[in-house]
Design a protein around this ligand. Structure first.
Ligand SMILES: *Cc1c(COP(=O)(O)O)cnc(C)c1O
Length: 357
């Protein structure tokens, strides 16, 4: 008898639902924390010429030495630390968990946080232990320390700032967590450009600390480039299970050229931060809305009927993210990415109309 998927595929995979990416054609797209701004025309033309000359018949540069040197400078990686590049930081999370997923291994994180920590742990056959945040989304350090003691996690993930709540955890508490963890702690800094706080300079002080960055939220979501930094003795092991050529030639060319004009991305991030302040203020003035302050490029807010508001916005052409039902602390919560001034205005108009309807 030929085997069926029920015979072959692991139970925990069959019971998953695939990560759902909604169709956004024609919508004001404020659901995925993308930078709303494109690159300046002159830089795009320069990229077109570079891509025209790209040797696409050849495999990519496997070491990407020059790109790594640029990233090291751009992210101010301390001397002596190694860099590992991924096809987005999602792939780096996958490499680390795959490498550490011994039978019975536990991956620990806080809840609510970035869903891929839990999903990738499940893919790799590791058990995910989530420790709830406090009601104000701060770190419940006593519970985290107790969970570390109980679970002895192989790996810990902390998003800093946290997604989807948008806040930075108290750095002193995160340091206590790092010192208590038996294995590596990844501080995922996907939103560092909007936060003005980082664990990067603390790398030399904590031998089990790894800091992760990505170009996705900075304005290059389409090229898929993530960076993990930390002690060479950790990253050297992970590099062994990196698939050869995981960072393609087009990505390498674009990243190198854009990083040479890094001020473009920094200026766009500054504009987004400014808009974030305006959007927060506007949201806080909408009756029936509780908006939380954010250190990232999105804002979490609570309404009375999240599903109704989400649908109303969608009908009016604005796509955001509903988090209702994903965690107790996120009941009736929605998350909006900070867009251009026009997009944010369209969102606010659609929101007030939906709430008035
Ligand atoms: C968006 C996001 C990522 C994923 O980044 P990619 O580099 O695009 O894979 C990682 N971590 C957090 C917390 C995120 O919000």
């Amino acid at each position: 008898m030929p085997k069926t998927p029920e015979d072959i595929i692991r139970d925990e995979i069959r019971s998953l639902t695939a990560y759902h990416v909604p169709d956004s054609a024609g919508m004001v797209k404020l659901d995925a924390m993308e930078n709303p701004y494109r690159l300046p025309p002159a830089l795009r033309e320069r990229l077109a010429r570079l891509l025209e000359q790209a040797p696409l018949n050849r495999y990519p540069d496997p070491a990407a030495g020059e790109l790594k040197a640029q990233l090291r400078r751009a992210f101010e990686v301390p001397d002596g630390m190694a860099l590992l590049l991924g096809n987005g930081s999602d792939e780096l999370i996958q490499m680390l968990i795959m490498a550490a997923a011994k039978p019975g291994a536990v991956v620990l994180g806080v809840e609510p946080s970035f869903v891929m920590f839990r999903m990738i742990a499940t893919f790799a056959g590791a058990r995910y232990a989530g420790v709830d945040l406090r009601d104000d989304f701060s770190l419940d350090i006593e519970r985290v320390l107790a969970a570390i003691e109980r679970e002895r996690p192989a790996v810990v993930f902390i998003a800093y700032p946290n997604n989807p709540t948008g806040n930075l955890f108290d750095a002193g508490l995160v340091e206590r967590l790092i010192d208590a963890a038996p294995g590596p702690v990844v501080v995922d800094e996907a939103y560092s450009a909007f936060a003005g706080a980082s664990f990067m300079e603390r790398l030399p002080r904590h031998p089990n600390l790894l800091v992760m960055r990505t170009l996705s939220k900075l304005g290059l979501a389409g090229i898929r480039l993530g960076v993990l930094t930390g002690a060479p003795r950790w990253l050297g092991e992970l590099d062994k299970l990196r698939l050869p050529y995981n960072v393609n030639t087009l990505t390498q060319i674009v990243a190198r050229e854009v990083l040479q004009h890094g001020d473009v991305l920094t200026e766009q991030a500054a504009a987004i931060k400014l808009e974030r302040g305006r959007l927060l203020q506007a949201l806080q003035q909408v009756p029936g809305v509780t908006a939380y302050r954010s250190d990232a490029n999105f804002i979490l807010f609570r309404v009375r009927q999240a599903e109704h508001v989400f649908d109303g916005l969608k009908q009016r052409g604005v796509l955001i993210k509903s988090l209702h039902g994903s965690h107790r602390l996120l009941a009736d919560c929605l998350r909006v990415t900070v867009g251009t001034p026009d997009e944010n205005a369209a969102f606010l108009t659609a929101l007030t109309r939906t709430l008035a309807a």
